[in-house]
Design a protein around this ligand. Structure first.
Ligand SMILES: Nc1ncnc2c1ncn2[C@@H]1O[C@H](COP(=O)(O)OP(=O)(O)OP(=O)(O)O)[C@@H](O)[C@H]1O
Ligand SMILES: [Mg+2]
Length: 214
């Protein structure tokens, strides 16, 4: 969904254009830092991580570049990096999704792994970490990462994306109708949209309209 807006970093709508600029610059120079993408649910952290991985190494299969932080240990990280280097060549860019789910001991070992790479000038391995809870990571680990806070979109920023998706399916709604729909796409007490909810509501509406037409 939203293919026109989420298939490349350049076409994505970001809440903060300066963050978009910096992330696009990272993609252009081939990721020179270990990155931390932080932000609440459904704001596009994993999406951005995937697009960065592809930009850094177009040969790599994005699914092979993703590790889930839950119960992850150092050896699994090393194995994944070796597999990426062997199968897709350099650089190996590994995403650790929801990195805050790693245990404290494992996070400390991960930090040492990063230091080892830095000390030995290993530039062929880079990490992109995502988290909803950056505060769960130690200051020491965070100081080794370049953090990009990713914020959700406002209804106004999201409007062109949703309108073009409805248009694609021949569903005609006014901006007012769409804004009304988007009111259901916020986490409790949030002021910015959860894109996962936006996708769901758009699918629901398209599906119900298609049923009506059929
Ligand atoms: N700016 C955007 N433009 C288009 N689609 C987006 C955008 N941000 C997110 N999405 C879509 O919303 C869905 C959720 O995005 P994603 O999984 O990247 O969020 P996340 O920040 O990783 O969430 P979580 O913290 O729950 O893991 C995806 O299907 C993604 O394609
Ligand atoms: Mg995610």
């Amino acid at each position: 969904m939203f293919e026109k807006y989420n298939s490349s970093l350049n076409s994505m709508i970001f809440n903060d254009p300066s963050i978009k600029q910096s992330i696009c610059a990272e993609a252009k120079v081939g990721i020179s830092n270990n990155l931390l993408l932080s932000g609440s649910n459904g704001v596009g952290k994993s999406l951005i991580a995937g697009l960065l991985v592809t930009a850094a190494n177009p040969n790599a299969n994005p699914a092979d570049c993703f590790l889930d932080g839950s119960n992850l240990c150092e050896q699994e990280i090393k194995n994944a990096l070796n597999m990426l280097l062997m199968n897709f060549g350099s650089p190996a860019v590994l995403v650790i999704d929801e990195v805050d789910r790693m245990g404290t001991r494992e996070l400390n070992m991960f930090q040492k792994l990063i230091d080892g790479f830095t000390n030995k000038n290993v530039n062929s391995c880079k990490f992109i970490l995502t988290t909803n809870r950056p505060v769960a990571l130690s200051d020491a680990l965070r100081s080794r990462l370049k953090t990009y806070p990713i914020a959700g979109l406002t209804d106004l920023q999201c409007l062109p994306m949703v309108a073009s998706e409805f248009e694609k399916y021949g569903v005609l709604l006014t901006d007012c109708d769409i804004t009304e729909l988007l009111t259901t796409c916020y986490e409790p007490n949030a002021t910015l949209l959860d894109m996962r909810k936006v996708e769901e509501i758009v699918k629901e509406v398209v599906f119900s309209m298609a049923n009506v037409i059929i």
